[in-house]
Write a protein that binds this ligand. Structure first.
Ligand code: 0X9
Ligand code: ZN
Length: 432
């Protein structure tokens, strides 16, 4: 009897210990922290927090309690938000969550099944023009869709190709809509007799992956409020979930600005290309050797970024640097986004474009789409007072409301067309 009591006491003490250890890991914060240059920002990125807003004198990062403590050791924290419940330990199937969908006032956004249906419809209505295929199953058995738009598929590999991708990060909903609208625009304009688009569809091979991370997207929109989820939904060995797909590509992987901690938002994964989604993209790009230009869209901040991201050095091949710089500057005249090298923001390794340029010499860009950081809300007085918090659509950078979709798309049509036009030989831009 004594023994049983003793064991019961031990179990009680230990369960309390584990609970508090786990609830510590559940705490996530918005952290406003002083940082004046890319070197200071990179130190903050190295803690494993995700930097989301960059200003001249500070950044706002999103990270765990452990990330917050690391940041406090190296920089002055100006403010930290109340704890936000963190979803690292949440299972997808929890009963208390509603169906996987956007709330009514964000219904213009596509959830996974709506996106699937829309892509299937586009392909079905346009045989010989739009080709839909799944390049992988995800951890939760969804399809990773690629839509390919070109005339004469049989000779497509002989044409210059561009690949457009969105939705690497689950909470970046606008980044899924823009590639989808791009596919729809191309098809609609083709039928409308737009000569520029017709000749591009005839002479180019166009690849579009609107949602690189469908499991993450579905997770983010399940529940009463958006979850601020970033990673995919791989079940990590320790019971946590998710790898940051934009830290999992295999060029200079794990060399800075990513984390080996599974609870981190910038968890790099156990090895380069450990994830089904990044493997699928790797295989796809390796098998389509006609791809000369790549664009990966994210949100938010209105930026045009180009390699390197893992290093402060510019690209070693001088002409390649000049092509990226020139194209970024030209595109910025249309969308108004700020062109810069990725690492001017902060060092991060394992992102898509360092790999696609580093390994394949594909001219590669990351766009951080609208909105701009000042409209994103934040802590320390810049919060929109109408809004409950970062979770409320219309309030924050990741959840800006559906009215932003169309204007964001419109300002990016010209840059997207430009990339296609120069895909035959991007070095041509240096002649202008
Ligand atoms: O950190 C990222 O993955 C991207 N920003 S986001 O807010 N969408 O997460 C930017 C990647 C740019 N690359 C580097 N800074 N290396
Ligand atoms: Zn992103």
């Amino acid at each position: 009897m004594k023994n049983t009591l003793f064991i019961a006491l031990l179990v009680f003490i230990f369960s309390g210990f584990f609970q508090s250890a786990q609830s510590t890991q559940h705490k996530y914060y918005w952290i406003k922290v002083e940082a004046h240059d890319k070197f200071q920002r990179s130190l903050i990125a190295n803690t494993g927090a995700a930097i989301e807003i960059v200003k001249d004198d500070y950044v706002i990062a999103y990270g765990s309690e452990a990330n917050l403590k690391s940041i406090q050791r190296i920089a002055r924290v100006i403010a930290a938000s109340d704890m936000v419940e963190e979803a690292n330990f949440h299972r997808q199937q929890s009963k208390k969550w509603r169906t996987l969908d956007f709330p009514a006032d964000d219904s213009q956004f596509h959830n996974y099944s709506e996106l699937t249906a829309a892509l299937q419809q586009l392909a079905q209505d346009n045989p010989g023009l739009v080709h839909l295929s799944s390049i992988s199953k995800t951890n939760e058995n969804r399809d990773l869709w690629v839509i390919r738009i070109t005339k004469d598929l049989a000779i497509a590999e002989q044409k210059p190709a561009v690949i457009y991708m969105g939705g690497h990060h689950a909470r970046e909903h606008v980044s899924v809509e823009i590639p989808y609208l791009w596919a729809k625009y191309l098809v609609d304009e083709y039928h409308n007799g737009n000569q520029r688009v017709i000749s591009l569809i005839n002479s180019r091979d166009i690849h579009i992956i609107p949602a690189v991370n469908p499991d993450g997207l579905e997770f983010d929109v399940s529940g009463a409020k958006y979850k601020l989820w970033r990673k995919n939904r791989r079940a990590n060995a320790d019971g946590t979930y998710g790898v940051d797909l934009n830290r999992n590509y295999g060029y200079q992987w794990g060399t800075g600005g990513s984390s080996s901690k599974t609870t981190s938002d910038t968890y790099m994964g156990p090895s380069p290309f450990s994830e089904l989604e990044t493997q699928a993209i790797k295989n796809y790009i390796e098998t389509h050797t006609n791809i000369t230009i790549l664009l990966s869209v994210h949100t938010f901040s209105k930026l045009i970024l180009y390699p390197w991201g893992h290093s402060y050095s510019p690209i070693g091949v001088n002409n390649d640097f000049r092509v990226h710089e020139k194209m970024a500057q030209t595109m910025s005249t249309w969308n108004g986004y700020k062109p810069q090298q990725s690492s001017d923001l902060y060092i991060a390794s394992g992102d898509t474009t360092d790999w696609s340029y580093g390994v394949h010499k594909i001219i590669s860009f990351t766009f951080e789409l609208d909105p701009d950081p000042s409209s994103a809300g934040g802590i320390g007085g810049v919060f929109n007072p109408k809004c409950e918090g970062f979770f409320t659509p219309g309030c924050a950078g990741f959840y800006p409301g559906q009215n932003i979709i169309q204007p964001t798309f419109s300002k990016n049509i010209e840059p997207f067309l430009y990339l296609l036009e120069y895909a035959d030989n991007p070095y041509r831009v240096l002649n202008n």
